[in-house]
Design a protein. Structure first.
Length: 88
C-alpha cells in the first residue's frame, strides 16, 4: 500500500497459529519481516514497524511466506490496520 509519512506500524493478529511474511519498503526488502507467532498466555498486535523515514510518499508490500516459527501450529498472517505517522 502507499502512504505518506515518516513512520508506519502494521497491526494484526499474533497467535500460536502465526506465520511469517517478508516486508518490502520502497522496493527494498527489510531485514526484519513479520513473525505473527506468539507464546500462549501473551498478547500483542504489533506485527511490524519502522520509524525515522524521510517525510513523504512511501510504498509498503507484505508477502506472506510458506513457513512459520517451529512452535507455531499454523502459518496465519492477519493484518488489521496500518498506522501512519508524520514528521513533527
Amino acid at each position: 500500500f502507499a502512504f505518506t509519512g515518516a513512520a508506519v506500524s502494521i497491526l494484526g493478529v499474533c497467535s500460536q497459529q502465526g506465520g511469517r511474511a517478508d516486508v518490502w519498503l520502497d522496493g527494498t526488502r527489510m531485514e526484519r519481516g513479520i513473525d505473527a507467532w506468539i507464546p500462549e498466555r501473551t498478547n500483542d498486535n504489533a506485527l511490524w514497524h519502522t520509524y525515522g523515514l524521510k517525510q513523504g510518499p512511501h510504498t509498503l508490500r507484505i508477502v506472506v511466506r510458506d513457513d512459520a516459527d517451529p512452535r507455531s501450529k499454523g502459518k496465519q498472517v492477519a493484518i488489521a490496520e496500518a498506522i501512519v505517522y508524520r514528521a513533527r
